[in-house]
Design a protein around this ligand. Structure first.
Ligand code: UGA
Length: 447
């Protein structure tokens, strides 16, 4: 049997990477997005966002680039998508609803409603977006009702666990593949699509719809809880004079705890963890199970408190008032190796300082355009050295490698005071102190 033809609907961080990875695995792929500008960029082999390795992968497969396979094409036409595809991956985003905890399902609903009327022959629709538990059941019924193919248009739910910054690697070599199904076609088809990662040893787990949806939200909730746990320990360390970095290292040696996701600092952000734990609480409430997740409220508040604590530490560092103080902020994205500033703790702290009267200058290796777009009133500099010029205090808020490699001596000559606050606990205090800096970090002793 010929390989299934693949479509990918929604070409953001998840969809653009998924489409390129499917082409890399040898499939013919057609991608659709409702933003024409994104399609134009992708057609030229340009990634719509910064993601290491993605542009190289796109250029290996989009037609028109010398030596490419030509397997990865794009369209704005739902009709073409319906005609072309045997397997349709839906990768649209599910952001937090404005002013509410619940997630906004309108992009998923619109995508499914646009696709279904074009499913005229047997096809598998695969949901990859993060959705509240119970959504897949509802969507499967709706597709069957709207598709001319009726029950032959099946749904599977296949949550995605990729991390930004490692999206290509995580998509091509996933640490597990989870597939929620109702009928037989889902498992069979997705085993064929993911044959290569399965052959490489990725576990393939088949579940019912609700379990597959819950695997995703519970995994992100666990990760968020781990980060807030270590940040709670940082608060206690601050009160007791302990060192949270040494503490994390010591508890992490226990395999049952593990070393990963125990980096204390200004907390988690991005388009996933914060909104996912909130949507999970909202959904549990609807299901009458809110008590089971009250701890996530605490996870969220510990996380938000870290941002305020960073603002307080900065105020202390500049003598009690922020008014008119010059503050250099290194980092704007929610994590390194990404240009994503959605719910970024770094940008949030920079914004709070600015609103309290400080003169803030931000530098980030990749996130400047996105930061400027949502916070145009902050100052921006083209280099770290330029950002710290005459600063009263320097804040390290996103742990880019570039910042680890900065020369504290050279930087110190440019600042007014040689005062740095490490909000990510990845700089070496000894190195900075040796160069004459006053070095402070969240959850660590002052000297
Ligand atoms: C997260 C999950 O890790 C992915 O598995 C999941 O697929 C993805 O959400 C999603 O739902 O799409 P991502 O948002 O890319 O991935 O970022 P993470 O690497 O999880 O980091 C999230 C935040 O936690 C960042 O702001 C990071 O700086 C912070 N973090 C992470 C810490 O503060 N401490 C740590 O020890 C680790």
């Amino acid at each position: 049997m010929a390989s299934p033809k693949i479509t990918v609907i929604g070409l953001g961080y998840l969809g653009a990477t998924h489409a390129a990875a499917m082409a890399e695995l040898g499939f013919e792929v057609l991608g659709l997005d409702v933003v024409p500008e994104k399609i134009r960029k992708l057609e030229q082999g340009t990634a719509p966002m910064y993601e290491p390795g993605l542009e190289e992968l796109l250029r290996m497969h989009v037609p028109g680039v010398e030596g490419s396979t030509g397997r990865l094409r794009f369209t704005e036409s739902w009709e073409e998508i319906g005609e072309f595809g045997d397997v349709h991956f839906v990768c649209v985003n599910t952001p937090q609803k404005h002013g509410e905890y619940a997630c906004d399902m309108s992009y998923v609903e619109r995508a499914m409603d646009s696709l279904a009327p074009h499913l005229t022959r047997p096809a598998l629709v695969v949901g990859k977006s993060t959705v509240p538990v119970g959504s897949a059941d509802r969507i499967a019924d709706r597709i069957a009702a709207l598709a001319p193919a009726g029950e032959d248009a099946e749904l599977a739910w296949n949550p995605e666990f990729l991390r930004e910054g490692f999206a290509v690697q995580d998509t091509l070599h996933p640490d597990r593949i989870v597939v929620g199904v109702r009928g037989p076609r889902g498992e069979e088809t997705l085993r064929e699509v993911y044959a290569q990662p399965i052959a490489e040893g990725s576990p393939f787990l088949v579940t019912d719809f609700p379990t597959s949806e819950l695997v995703k939200t519970s995994a992100n909730s666990f990760l968020a809880t781990k980060i807030s746990f270590i940040n709670a320990m940082a608060e206690v360390c601050e009160a007791a004079g302990g060192d949270v970095v040494r503490l994390a290292e010591a508890i992490g040696h226990d395999d049952r705890i593990g070393k990963k996701f125990l980096r204390a600092g200004i907390g988690f952000g991005g388009g996933c963890l914060p909104k996912d734990i909130r949507a999970f609480m909202a959904r549990a409430g609807e299901l009458g199970a809110s008590e089971a997740l009250t701890f996530l409220r605490e996870v969220d508040s510990i996380n938000m408190r870290r941002r305020s604590q960073m603002v307080e530490l900065t105020r202390d560092a500049v003598g009690g008032t922020l008014l008119g103080k010059r503050i250099a902020v290194l980092g704007a994205t929610f994590k390194p190796d990404s240009d994503d500033v959605r719910d970024s703790p770094a940008l949030n702290v920079a914004g709070q300082l600015h609103l309290q009267g400080a003169q803030v200058t931000v530098y980030d290796p990749k996130g400047m355009d996105n930061a400027r777009a949502i916070f145009p009133t902050l100052g921006y500099a083209d280099t770290a050295l330029e950002a710290v010029r005459a600063a009263d205090v320097v804040l390290h808020l996103t742990e880019w490698n570039e910042f680890k490699e900065l020369d504290p001596g050279e930087l110190g000559d440019a600042t007014a005071t040689r005062h740095i606050l490490d909000g990510r606990n990845t700089l070496d205090p000894a190195l900075w102190r040796k160069a004459g800096w006053t070095f402070r970090a969240l959850g660590r002793p002052t000297a």
